[in-house]
Design a protein around this ligand. Sequence first.
Ligand SMILES: [Zn+2]
Length: 75
Amino acid sequence: MARAPAATGDSSSCGHDGFHTMMTRYERDSGLLVYCRTCDSCGALVGELGREPYRPSFDPRGCQGFTDLAREGRA
Ligand SMILES: [Zn+2]
């Protein structure tokens, strides 16, 4: 996975006028994916692009139908 260049951490003197990186963070309590931009020079959050509801759900039998077909030689 590509990572943003290391930020300096000093946002007080940065104009945030260089490159920005889009990233996503997950707010577990509210169940939201937040799309935002950060400044590559200082790492500061410079804008939010949107929010989308998301609650991960795992179904341990989600592939059962496909594995059954494979076992039967029909896939
Ligand atoms: Zn900056």
